[in-house]
Design a protein around this ligand. Structure first.
Ligand code: GLN
Length: 309
């Protein structure tokens, strides 16, 4: 990893951090588990990674936080790389217009979730990756470590235990889909893999670097190919339309990039062919997206003109 602090993107990041520091309303940290509720909403960090692995950062950009639903992008890519289009027979790719943990559409759609980024869809993806690799969370962790160049990147076992202790909604989703035959592993095995996946702790720098393959049209950091160019385009499209749940329209309107949020307060975004971004601040809005994180990405695309529009 090459870290340069004085070139190109640095002044933009510094300016955004200054603006964010003057913004009093930051939302509220997720409170469904104690580990997330304890996060300080005043924390803010942001990183930009160029295609060659050059990283720029500001604020708490090297501070690990709970990646949560951001990991759904990586499990989707890792599974698509293995089973290709067969996946789409088990999970859709339309925005749901519903909260990320909603159950309501599953019954009408025969246990096939709307998209891979709501919890129901992510459970299907993790289930299929677990079947193909024997260890979905371990496969994810290996990938994130390699792409970020950070061997210390790890699963926070306290967060994983807390997720399991407060996992009734995800358990309900898993069992409901299993009743339609859309889950392969025993539900408790799947839930363990999913809770460990959600509990990966990574920094803005780690996650911006790990997302690089989506800006490089499917190419990993070592030059090998993870996804075809077409698949990388498809994953970016699903991020744009579904990555921030029932706020995906607003995110596209404000930020204009494929993006994915997590309830830990992180948001990743892709400028295809140019760079990847990760912003973090634990305070969330009603839809579970980071208030300052989305605001920072909005400012970045506005100030640089780098968006897909
Ligand atoms: N662990 C969280 C859950 O399953 C992840 C959701 C999110 O980050 N939006 O509810």
């Amino acid at each position: 990893v090459i870290v340069r602090s004085t070139l190109t993107f640095q002044p933009v990041l510094d300016r955004i951090a200054d603006e964010i520091a003057q913004t009093p309303t930051r939302g509220r940290p997720a409170d469904y588990i104690p580990a997330l509720a304890a996060c300080d909403p005043a924390r803010f960090g942001m990183a930009v990674a160029e295609l060659d692995g050059t990283v720029y950062g500001v604020g708490d950009w090297r501070q690990p936080f709970s990646a949560q639903s951001i990991t759904k992008v990586f499990t989707l890519a890792l599974d698509l790389a293995r089973e290709a289009d067969e996946l789409w027979e088990h999970v859709g790719r339309e925005p749901s217009g519903n909260p990320f943990n909603s159950l309501v559409q599953l019954e009408y759609e025969n246990g096939i979730p709307r998209n891979p980024f709501i919890n129901a869809g992510a459970l299907v993806v993790t289930d299929r990756l677990h079947t193909r690799t024997g260890d979905a969370a371990g496969t994810l962790l290996d990938f994130l470590r390699t792409e970020s160049g950070n061997d210390r990147l790890a699963i926070d076992e306290d967060v994983a235990a807390s997720e399991a202790a407060h996992g009734d909604r995800n358990a309900a989703l898993g069992h409901f889909m299993a009743s339609y035959g859309n889950i392969d592993n025993p539900v408790p095995v799947l839930l363990d893999a999913y809770f460990r996946q959600c509990s990966v702790a990574a920094s803005c720098a780690d996650l911006a670097l790990a997302t690089g393959f989506l800006a490089r049209h499917g190419i990993r950091s070592d030059g090998s190919r993870l996804l075809t160019q077409r698949q990388a385009k498809q994953v970016n499209a699903v991020m744009l339309t579904c990555g921030t749940y029932d706020a995906a329209g607003e995110f596209a309107y404000r930020v204009g990039l494929p993006g994915k949020s997590g309830v830990g307060g992180g948001v990743i975004a892709v400028v295809p062919g140019r760079c990847t971004l990760c912003a973090w601040s634990p305070g969330l809005d009603e839809q579970g997206n980071s208030v300052a994180g989305v605001a920072a990405l909005d400012r970045f695309t506005t100030l640089t003109g780098l968006s897909v529009f």
